[in-house]
Design a protein around this ligand. Structure first.
Ligand SMILES: Cc1cc2nc3c(=O)[nH]c(=O)nc-3n(C[C@H](O)[C@H](O)[C@H](O)COP(=O)(O)OP(=O)(O)OC[C@H]3O[C@@H](n4cnc5c(N)ncnc54)[C@H](O)[C@@H]3O)c2cc1C
Length: 386
C-alpha cells in the first residue's frame, strides 16, 4: 500500500507527527517501531502480575506549556498527581530536592535551626539556592551545608548515573541542583502536572487511531527500506545508527530495570525513592503511586545505571559533552547533504534529553514547518485540532 509518510518510531515525537500529518493534512502515514509496543519509553502496559507498570522507568507528565497540555488533552483525561521524591540518606528517608524538612531530619537540632535561620536571612522562605553557591558561601554554616548536601545527596548519585567517580564530576555542572528553603516537597512546580487517566499507552492508541494511520510493530526501519512505498520520512531513532555509525557511535548511558512483585499494598511512601550512596542502584519506583492501581500486591522496579552497548541495551541518556555535540553536528550535516528529504526529530535523532512535553513541543514545531506531500486536503478533516 502507498503511504505519503513513513514515521520511524512510535514514541511521543513520531506519534505526535503522525497524528498531525493524518488529521491536519489528510496524509496517509505508516508508523513503524522495532519494539513490540507503541508509546516509546512512556509505554505502561501490563507487567508483573498483570499490573500496568512503567516499563522504562517512572514517567511523570509535567509542563508549563498550555499548547502541549491542550494538544494531549484531546486524547486523554488526566488523574491529578504531584510527584514527590524521597532520598534514603544514612537510612533516613528525606525529601529530595533537599529542603528544610530534610535539614531537620538529618542535622543535629541546634545546628539545623542555626542553618535555617541563616538561610531565611540570606534567601528568604520559599527561595532556592544552588548547591554550588552554598559550597562557595563565606559563612561556614552555609558552605558546610553545601558540602553535606553535595556529598550525601548528589555526588555519588551523579557518579553512579554517569559511571564516574565522584571526584571526576565537574562541580560547576553538578552543583546546579537547588536546596529549597521551605517545606515544599513537590519535585516539579509546573502549571500542569498529572498522569493520563488510562495510562500513556491508551493515550497513544487514541492518537494513532486515525483511519489514515497504519502501525507496524516489531519492524526495524532497516527491514523495510526500499520495500514500502512512501514519499517522505520522519526518523525518530538514533541518527548515528541511521548512518551506520560512519563517524563513530554517539555515547549514551543505559539502565537495567529489575522488576519485583511484593504481597503488600504499598512498599514505600512515594513513587520514587532515591538511593544516592552505597547501593549500586540509583532509585526504586513503586508503580501503583503513578498508575493509581488498587490491590493487595505491588510492583517495584529498581534502576541500575549501565554503560550503553549498541545492540545489547537501550540508549537512554545522551552524554552531555562538547565532543559528543560536535559528533552529532557532523551527523546532522551529513543528513542535510545526503538525505534532505528525511526529517530527523526526537530525543535519539536530536541527541538531546527531552522531557515528554519537550518532545511533543518539538514535534508540533516540526509539523508547523511541513506541508502535505500530496495535496489531498478534503473539507471534512478530522475535527481534532490544537
Ligand atoms: C528512565 C527515564 C525516565 C524518564 N522520565 C521522564 C519523566 O518523568 N517525565 C518526562 O517528561 N520525561 C521523562 N523521560 C523522557 C521521555 O522518555 C522522553 O521525553 C520521550 O521518550 C521522548 O520521546 P521520543 O519519541 O523522542 O523517543 P522514544 O520514546 O525513545 O521513541 C523512539 C522510538 O523509536 C523506535 N526506534 C528507534 N530506532 C528505530 C528503528 N531503526 N526502527 C524502528 N523503530 C525505531 C524506538 O523503539 C522507540 O520506541 C524519561 C526518560 C528516561 C530514559
Amino acid at each position: 500500500m502507498h503511504h505519503d509518510w513513513l514515521v520511524v518510531g512510535a514514541g511521543f515525537t513520531g506519534t505526535t507527527l503522525a497524528e498531525r500529518l493524518a488529521s491536519q493534512f489528510d496524509q496517509r502515514v505508516l508508523v513503524v517501531d522495532r519494539r513490540d509496543h507503541i508509546a516509546g519509553n512512556a509505554f505502561d502496559g501490563p507487567g508483573l502480575g498483570g499490573q500496568p507498570i512503567h516499563h522504562y522507568g517512572a514517567h511523570i507528565f509535567h509542563t508549563t506549556s498550555d499548547r502541549v497540555w491542550r494538544y494531549l488533552s484531546q486524547f486523554t483525561s488526566w488523574r491529578p498527581y504531584e510527584h514527590r521524591v524521597l532520598g534514603s540518606i544514612d537510612g533516613t528517608l528525606v525529601p529530595v530536592p533537599f529542603n528544610l524538612t530534610s535539614l531537620h531530619a538529618l542535622v543535629p537540632e541546634a545546628r539545623a535551626w542555626a542553618i535555617e535561620e541563616r538561610l531565611l536571612v540570606e534567601i528568604g522562605y520559599g527561595g532556592t539556592i544552588p548547591v554550588l553557591k552554598l559550597l562557595e558561601h563565606p559563612d561556614p554554616l552555609l558552605s558546610g551545608l553545601g558540602e553535606f548536601v553535595y556529598e550525601k545527596v548528589f555526588a555519588h548519585y551523579s557518579a553512579k548515573q554517569w559511571g564516574l567517580r565522584p571526584d571526576q564530576l565537574d562541580r560547576s555542572v553538578t552543583g546546579r541542583v537547588p536546596v529549597v528553603v521551605s517545606h515544599d516537597d513537590r519535585y516539579f512546580h509546573d502549571r500542569h502536572q498529572a498522569m493520563p487517566a488510562d495510562g500513556y499507552t491508551a493515550m497513544f492508541e487514541r492518537m494513532l487511531a486515525h483511519p489514515n494511520i497504519d502501525v507496524l510493530l516489531n519492524t526495524d526501519h532497516r527491514d523495510i527500506v526500499g520495500q514500502v512505498r512512501h514519499l517522505r520520512t520522519v526518523f525518530t531513532g538514533p541518527i548515528d545508527e541511521y548512518f551506520d555509525h560512519c563517524y563513530g557511535a554517539l555515547p549514551y548511558r543505559s539502565l537495567e530495570f529489575r522488576h519485583e512483585q511484593r504481597p503488600v499494598e504499598f512498599a514505600q511512601p512515594v513513587a520514587v525513592v532515591n538511593y544516592p550512596n552505597e547501593e549500586g542502584f540509583t532509585r526504586i519506583l513503586e508503580h501503583k503511586h503513578l498508575t493509581g492501581m488498587a490491590g493487595d500486591a505491588t510492583v517495584l522496579t529498581t534502576e541500575w545505571p549501565r554503560d550503553h552497548v549498541p545492540g545489547r541495551n537501550d540508549p537512554y541518556y545522551p552524554v552531555p559533552r562538547q565532543e559528543n555535540r560536535a559528533l552529532h553536528a557532523r551527523y546532522l550535516e551529513l543528513a542535510g547533504d545526503s538525505v534532505p528529504e528525511v526529517i530527523f526529530a526526537g530525543r535519539l535523532a536530536d541527541y538531546k534529553y527531552y522531557d515528554m512535553d519537550q518532545a511533543v513541543s518539538r514535534a508540533l514545531l516540526v509539523f508547523r514547518k511541513l506541508s502535505p506531500v500530496t495535496p489531498r486536503l478534503r473539507p471534512h478533516l478530522s475535527g481534532r485540532s490544537m
